[in-house]
Ligand binder design. Structure first.
Ligand SMILES: *Cc1c(COP(=O)(O)O)cnc(C)c1O
Length: 460
């Protein structure tokens, strides 16, 4: 049964019914039927004064730290006095490259600078255009702007939450240098389609895998499919080190350039900038970051498998509820990393209860949740970049006119997605199956009582 759950994709109701039949109705009851037949006071939602499903429940802690098993390596490093980059960092890089499936990996200070370094080291800069989704964390776009390059937004496929490769061709010009797909929420973007477009137009592909550690597409880990992959090890991420990041690639010269750039522009491997000159930054990892990272690496695969399996189970359950549409995965996705668990919410399935009120009601049940991203393509930081001396002096006025930029970069499907999305965080997927049942029940209870909740609210 576990094998069945692990391999099934989220195909909605039909799969849920099959799964339900396999597992037996008592083990995996439909959240709808549970609550339609439940007339006890516990069925009253918490927002209407009912008992919250999880009043005294703790979600799995994040990050995880076990002093007995996890501190030995860290103490060794601290006591050695070798705190700057050294052999612990080299070991972490080797292990990370092996797990992702690339020849090389370079650890850097964070995911933002992993992206900025990769963009810089491919020689992408002023006058160049980079295709990017609007449904991502701000740092994806900042990394393009830092380098003086121009982000070009490609709308999303709301079913998968990912950049839509079918919308890319129309955005490619003679200035396009790269595609920066983001495996957002930890779910793989459609890499076969993206690589095919990149090949046809001779574009580089830099994967933003900052949320997608060990996610798999077509038998390969994300971050190993494009020309380079970028990861974040910030505290909330699935591989947490507080701060940290990495670049992965099989391109030796590119990795040497990244390595040089991340350490003052000093010579690195076969790349010797002393002949030509090279402007470098200083973005090096520390040994104690690497010591923590090595501990986290040991349980990452197992945690990833648990998240994928629980997410698949939860998605099948809640797809039963009218108005709830869980994420879809592309057919070639073997595994999602589920940094976040997403679904789309439609008020019309909930007697008109607005998304914000739904979030409030779900939180009242003890289930933390959020509405996720706002559209990035219209945010003021882009205008601020365009007004900076860098952009003002590098680009003709019409290219850095924010109004014409936002007109060219409209992404209507993403605008709608940002209004419909609901996220749960990755740590909530690390508990037992019964946690998933409880989440589904909380949503089912709100659904069942939606009309009463709407009536009770002064504004909705
Ligand atoms: C977290 C994140 C980043 C930036 O990583 P930091 O380590 O926080 O700098 C970039 N892109 C995405 C999609 C992220 O989620």
């Amino acid at each position: 049964m576990i094998v069945y759950m692990d391999t099934q994709k989220n195909n909605g109701r039909r799969d849920f019914l099959r799964t339900g039949a396999l597992l037996g109705a008592t083990v995996m009851a439909s959240p709808l039927s549970t609550f339609s037949s439940n007339s006890s006071s516990s069925s009253k939602p918490a927002i209407l004064g009912g008992r919250s499903i999880w009043s005294d429940k703790q979600w799995p802690q994040w990050p995880r730290w076990n002093p007995e098993t996890d501190e030995r390596r860290l103490l060794e490093v601290v006591r050695s006095g070798v705190w700057s980059r050294g052999r612990t960092t080299a070991e972490f890089e080797q292990k990370w490259a092996a797990m992702v499936g690339t020849d090389r990996s370079l650890a850097v200070v964070n995911g933002t600078n992993a992206l900025a370094t990769a963009i810089n080291s491919f020689g992408i800069g002023p006058g160049d255009e980079v295709l990017v989704p609007p449904y991502t964390f701000i740092a994806t776009v900042s990394a393009i702007l830092f380098n003086g390059a121009m982000p070009v937004f490609v709308d999303v496929d709301p079913a998968t939450f990912q950049i839509d490769p079918r919308k890319m061709a129309a955005k490619i010009t003679s200035k396009t240098k790269a595609i920066l797909p983001v495996h957002i929420l930890g779910l793989p973007a459609d890499m076969d389609a993206i690589m095919a477009i990149a090949k046809q137009h001779k574009l580089l592909v830099i994967e933003d895998a900052c949320q997608a550690h060990l996610a798999e597409y077509g038998g390969r880990k994300v971050g190993s499919i494009g020309h380079a992959g970028c990861f974040s090890f910030q505290n909330s991420k699935n591989l947490p080190i507080g701060e940290g990041g990495a670049i992965t690639s099989n391109d030796q010269l590119f990795m040497d350039r990244c390595s040089s750039y991340h350490s003052y522009g000093l010579p690195a491997g076969s790349f010797n900038p002393l002949d030509t000159g090279m402007l470098g930054s200083k973005l090096r990892f520390t040994e104690y970051q690497a010591a923590i990272g090595l501990v986290m690496l040991e349980r990452l695969q197992e945690e990833t498998d648990v998240r994928h399996s629980n997410a698949t189970y939860l998605a099948a359950m809640i797809s039963e509820i009218p108005g709830i549409t869980p994420y879809q995965l592309y057919p070639k996705v073997d595994k999602g990393a589920f940094h976040l668990f997403p679904f789309r919410y439609d008020p019309s399935g909930f007697s008109g209860l607005s998304r914000d009120s739904f979030l409030t009601a779900l939180r009242a049940e003890g289930v933390p949740c959020s509405g996720g991203y706002v559209p990035l393509n219209t945010q003021p930081f882009i205008q601020a970049s365009f007004n900076s001396p860098l952009f003002q002096q590098l680009y003709p006025g019409k290219d850095v006119d924010f109004q014409s930029f936002t007109e060219k970069n409209q992404c209507p499907l993403n605008d709608k997605l940002c209004e419909e999305a609901v996220w749960l965080t990755q740590n909530m997927l690390l508990g037992p199956r019964t946690d998933m049942d409880e989440i589904a029940m909380a949503i089912g209870r709100i659904h069942h009582n939606a009309a009463d909740i709407v009536k009770s609210l002064p504004t909705n």
